[in-house]
Ligand binder design. Sequence first.
Ligand code: H2U
Length: 350
Amino acid sequence: MKNSLNNTSHRRLNILTGEWVLVSPHRTKRPWQGKKDKPQQIPQVNYDANCYLCPGNERAGGAKNPNYTGTFSFKNDYAALLENPHDTVNEGLLQAESESGICKVICYSPNHNLTLPLMEVNAIVDVITLWQKEYSELGSKTDINHVQIFENKGAIMGCSNPHPHGQVWAQRSIPQEVQKKNTQQKSYWDKNKRTLLGDYLQQELNAKERIVLENETFVVLVPYWAVWPFETMILPKRHITSILELTPQEVADYASILKALTIRYDNLFETSFPYSSGIHQGLTNGKDNSHWLMHMSFYPPLLRSAEVKKFMVGYEMFANPQRDITAEQAAKRLKDCASVHYQKQKTNFN
Ligand code: H2U
């Protein structure tokens, strides 16, 4: 890090949300005797008769999956958002409003034990193509103003099943994380007629301190304001508002950088690396969303090994997020990881 903050407590601004993170790099050597979580194991079988996402199996709600051979999506049997809106409550200080939407589950592959880093790039292209289809179909409905594509990976992140899958929640209102980013990007756009994240990316490409990976279309970096120890963001180099604007070549570049990033994640602690990832992009409210630059964020919980995670407790709950390892140190650690998956490295030596 080029400035004097490297060894001292400081706070950094998240320009996308307007919130701050406290950084305490001097604290990285403190002893740790706390909780260890079991590392995430990749299942040994490519079909599990008890898995509710494997092809041909019955789901918990009684529906049967088709014998799908590529990607597959279905309406969540336990959807958090219901399709029919009900009443509004407005009683003095008690305020509530009905919220409607559609929740779907997206299976990345029929193969129970494949994860993104172990999938072929072509198969990841198919996942992105399905994301595009869902974003387009759900987003074109008049009562859907935002489409959230995300993935929880690993039991530690609350994922219910190791079968490779993600989710889409599409809804009427704009969720609050997205609302914050919408406001910040809109005010920068109105003032500068350039995107906030496009200008931020330029500054990062010049500084070179937090870049993890780069190809023709995308850059992976650890954001200056990262909260999670090994948080990253995938950003496009040109002004792309939503995944629908990606050309076929850009989709292929997206797939290959997703694979490259998740391989490095797995290699960092030689485990199937847990995270929540999500795509933030233009709203589907029918308005001009030129102020948006699409981006995908990865929030992984692991801190110092496959077994020790970062806790968002105490100060984080009552004050604001805090981290010890700096974004620059995290970027270097990820960048230095091998580009070949550790499981394949071992196979090659045999
Ligand atoms: P995770 O991505 O966090 O594992 O969630 C999986 C979703 O799958 C969860 O929202 C849904 C759950 O409601 N699900 C079904 O729709 N059908 C099933 O048979 C089991 C799980």
